[in-house]
Design a protein around this ligand. Structure first.
Ligand code: ACO
Length: 325
């Protein structure tokens, strides 16, 4: 019914990054498609981004915030380990909604969208706000050129509503594989300290993102076409009927490889990672909102979407954009 998004004001170009780590605009843009990213500064906050994206989605849907039953915030970077969703619930005025965080890294938005849709399909809830947002800039090692050039901060949101008339989530598939999870982690620090005599406790804290880029790349170009293809077969959808391919924005080469696999012309492929990099759980709703607001995505358009990332986790869904009534 509605979408919204928000990115920080602070912009960091590839050239600027090259003054900190041994890299270049040429290397980053040819290998990834990224030219700049937005990073939260001390003048803005993660919660503010989430609230702005959520409020814009509610506004587009034309909803009274008090009519929302459920708010799910997909994030791996809450500003409070007990959860950020309730702060956003209060911020957008969704006072009657139950709110919780959901973590599935870059697949988080898709997992949260599907989770919310199950509450709506069961009839127990009517309206949900699903937000995907991350501040990975806090967890990147800014001296590791192999990973720091990839990520940015952002937030995106959708407002979804149960309907007796039609179900615009045509189908989905979600997958997890913890056995391959080691290639992308943001692990807890192993820092045990003395508590009392002969007892210890683990002091909280996390290491920066640890990534084997090539393994993640291979995983994405193998699994995304597989899961999308299986879902297309199941739903009896052929690639010509897809209006938009909207993949997690991690690397332009991954997106192009999937489009090529299904012979989807690049004119039907949505990408904005040159401006924002990989904003993790935010990429899909951030791109969706941009294309809705500039009227590329129209009512009834069929969107093939797929998210993938740490866990490992991945998924795909076919969605028809409805938009406000
Ligand atoms: N600038 C310049 N040179 C670099 C940089 C850089 N920023 N980074 C790496 N290099 C160098 C390497 O050191 C290496 O040099 P060497 O051959 O002398 O050792 C060379 O470039 C090639 O490195 P590769 O790692 O082989 O480069 P590749 O073509 O695989 O591209 C990349 C790396 C862009 C990371 C790619 O593997 C990728 O996109 N992987 C997917 C990562 C991803 O999407 N992660 C997020 C998942 S989503 C989530 O859940 C958070």
């Amino acid at each position: 019914m509605g979408s919204g998004s928000a990115v920080p004001d602070q912009r960091i170009t590839n050239e600027q990054l090259a003054s900190r780590v041994d890299t270049s605009d040429e290397w980053i843009s040819t290998r990834t498609g990224i030219r700049e990213r937005r990073i939260l500064s001390e003048l803005e906050s993660f919660s503010q981004l989430c609230k702005k994206a959520g409020s814009l989605a509610i506004e587009m849907a034309g909803w009274d915030p008090e009519s929302i039953d459920l708010l799910i915030l997909a994030t791996s970077t809450p500003d409070d380990l007990f959860g950020t969703a309730t702060k956003i619930q209060a911020g957008v005025g969704a006072n009657k909604a139950v709110a919780f965080d959901l973590t599935a890294a870059c697949s988080g938005f898709l997992f949260a969208l599907v989770t919310a849709s199950q509450y709506l399909r069961s009839g127990s809830m009517k309206r949900a706000l699903v937000i995907g947002a991350d501040q990975l800039s806090s967890w990147v090692n800014w001296d590791d050129r192999k990973s720091c050039v990839l990520f940015g901060d952002g937030a995106g949101a959708v407002a979804i509503e149960a309907s007796d008339v039609q179900d615009d989530l045509l189908g989905f598939k979600l997958r997890s594989d913890g056995q391959r999870g080691d290639c992308l982690t943001l692990p807890q620090i192993s820092d045990f300290q003395a508590l009392l005599q002969e007892t210890s406790y683990q002091k909280g804290g996390f290491l920066p993102i640890q990534m084997n880029g090539q393994e993640v790349y291979k995983f994405a170009v193998r699994e995304v076409p597989l899961i999308l293809g299986n879902l297309m077969q199941e739903l009896e959808i052929n690639s010509e009927s897809i209006d938009w391919l909207l993949l997690h924005q991690a690397n332009k080469r991954i997106i192009d490889a999937v489009a090529d696999r299904f012979k989807i012309p690049y004119s039907k492929v949505l990408t904005n990672l040159s401006n924002y990099g990989n904003t993790s759980a935010a990429t899909i709703p951030l791109m969706l909102d941009e294309a809705v607001r500039d009227e590329r995505i129209q009512k009834g358009h069929l969107i093939a979407t797929s998210g993938f990332g740490a866990g490992l986790s991945w998924g795909a869904a076919f969605i028809k954009w409805h938009g406000p009534i």
